[in-house]
Design a protein around this ligand. Structure first.
Ligand code: KG4
Ligand code: ZN
Length: 349
């Protein structure tokens, strides 16, 4: 079944369940958000200090249908109006992905609608287009989330983004989460570190910036360990832990590393635009630093609005709609071909 050619009016349903958020959205064309719902599970996982996979998939299974029905209703459309279904098919937690994927497949079958499997990272990148910033090619993408810290270069609209750098160990969001846990700030850690850092000083506690020798690669396990050791030192001495200062210092180290490698990639590849995407792109200090960098280099920059940085259904819908337009595909199969961004087969379904 091929979708109609009026891509500006295409109604796309986006479903994202790769981790602990059940997120569903309906968009028209590639930018107009008709509805966007996210049911976060933070309170279910707080006692584990991170996401408990079985708990996450069970919760997705309980609520995916009502959340999808609510999203369609809120959009003011009927299921039968939907032209295309986009669903995350990896990478992510296998059990969580399976719920969204099975649901989307069943829905596509029942409604006789085309379905498209979307790579989660491609989804995060697609969120940058919602901002409306004119992103001229080549585009350098900095992907910063709880599972990924990567630099991609997109040179042509129909080509696949090329990965030019990645973390050698922890993802930056994961490191934020682990440092927050060590500081007793709870989960999710990123926003809590950011809040604590506002009243701290990076100068009072020293956490080094990790700069791996490989051109555009990152490392965050060193700064994470440095922060944990600092905390232990205070504990052992029976002294009050200066958590605001440690938070500020860790955040400053992480942002300095992200900026340095992004700057290096801009100098090497001369992109015309920069996009910063993923959950950590909510961090105001990072946003400010990246805006300054883009200004200095005289290139366009897009950072999605806050709600579109973390996992959401809109980004999956945008990625699906863009693919539909660029390839004018016959969209009746869920194909692993759409997953080429991630080479790790164990992470995909
Ligand atoms: O993109 P996302 O929702 O999920 C993944 O695909 O991983 O990103 C979640 C990550 C978490 O590690 C969270 O701590 C981090 O984004 N994060 C932040 C902030 N808000 C969320 N990190 C730093 N500062 C923030 N304000
Ligand atoms: Zn994500």
């Amino acid at each position: 079944m091929a979708v109609g050619k009026n891509f500006d009016r295409l109604l796309t349903l986006g479903i994202e369940t790769s981790c602990d958020d059940t997120a569903v959205a309906v968009i028209r064309g590639e930018r107009e958000i008709l509805s966007a719902l996210t049911r976060a599970q933070d309170e279910l996982h707080a006692c584990f200090g991170g996401v408990a996979p079985e708990v996450a998939s069970r919760r997705h299974a309980e609520i995916i249908d009502p959340v999808t029905r609510d999203a369609v209703k809120l959009a003011g459309v009927e299921f039968s109006d939907i032209d295309l279904i986009g669903v995350t098919n990896g990478p992510g937690l296998a059990g969580s992905l399976l719920v969204g994927l099975s649901y989307a497949k069943a829905l596509a079958w029942a409604l006789d609608k085309p379905i498209m499997g979307i790579n989660h990272i491609e989804g995060h990148m697609a969120a940058a287009y919602q901002s409306g910033v004119d992103l001229a090619l080549p585009i350098l993408f900095l992907v910063v989330s709880g599972g990924h810290t990567e630099l991609y270069l997109l040179e042509s609209e129909h080509g696949a983004p090329r990965k030019i750098g990645q973390t050698l160990d922890d993802a930056v969001g994961e490191a934020f989460d682990k440092v927050a846990r060590a500081l007793g700030l709870g989960y999710p850690g990123g926003p809590r570190i950011e809040r604590a850092a506002r009243s701290g000083s990076a100068l009072r506690e020293k956490i080094p910036v990790a700069i791996p020798d490989v051109d555009f690669d990152f490392s965050f396990s060193g700064p994470k360990t440095a922060a944990t050791l600092l905390i232990k030192r205070y504990e052992r001495a029976g002294e009050k832990i200066p958590l605001e200062d440690i938070a500020a210092s860790f955040q400053s180290s992480a942002i300095a590393a992200l900026e340095l490698k992004t700057r290096r990639a801009i100098d090497r590849y001369a992109p015309k635009s920069l996009a910063v995407v993923g959950g950590v792109a909510r961090n105001e200090a990072l946003r400010a630093r990246m805006n300054l960098l883009a200004d200095e280099k005289g290139i366009a920059i897009a950072i999605p609005e806050m709600a579109l940085c973390v996992d959401n259904g809109v980004m999956i819908a945008i990625a699906a709609a863009r693919r539909a337009r660029s390839s004018a595909l016959s969209l009746d199969a869920l194909s692993a071909d759409h997953n080429e961004l991630d080479a790790d087969p164990s992470a995909t379904l």
